[in-house]
Ligand binder design. Sequence first.
Ligand code: K1U
Ligand code: ZN
Length: 173
Amino acid sequence: MALRNILIHPDPRLKKVATPVTDVTDDLRRLADDMLETMYDAPGIGLAAPQIAVMQRMLVMDCAKDEDATPEPMVLINPAVTWVSEAKNTYEEGCLSIPEQYAEVERPAEVEVTWRGLDGKDHRERFDGLWATCVQHEIDHLDGKLFIDYLGRMKRQMITRKMQKLKREMARD
Ligand code: K1U
Ligand code: ZN
């Protein structure tokens, strides 16, 4: 297993639509392991493959409540939202590609998602609470969308400028 570098916004790769996965291979299983290790190390509750510059439709997440809870890692290949609730939920979201910036985003409170698992089988599940917020945030990454795209132009520009400054500082160090 290996830690991967997480891309920081703005980066053109974070704006691209990722490509469907065709086969569940050992390479893909190794990529999933790396993604989970990178997510837990960050730390985060989700990570999408484009965030580590792999333009494939795969995401990992673990929204198990507290630090002492048993880990509940999930790997979703080619996920698709098949149903959304009318009820909405607002959550203060963060993003590992936009460090230390948080903003309230309103999304459907419940979603049904289908995906292929690492077992090669098709899965279908309804998510609510933080799991619902997280899976929508991660699927957005696969479609080149960031949580700041839900904000007004001024707020989005302010965050983008902060990230440009952060990247300049990181490049200097
Ligand atoms: O996709 C990502 O960038 C990961 C992101 C997922 C996410 C967070 C909040 C709402 C929706 C989706 C994160 O994990 S940011 C870090 C974070 O939320 C967190 C970190 C440590 C403990 C608990 C949460
Ligand atoms: Zn994110």
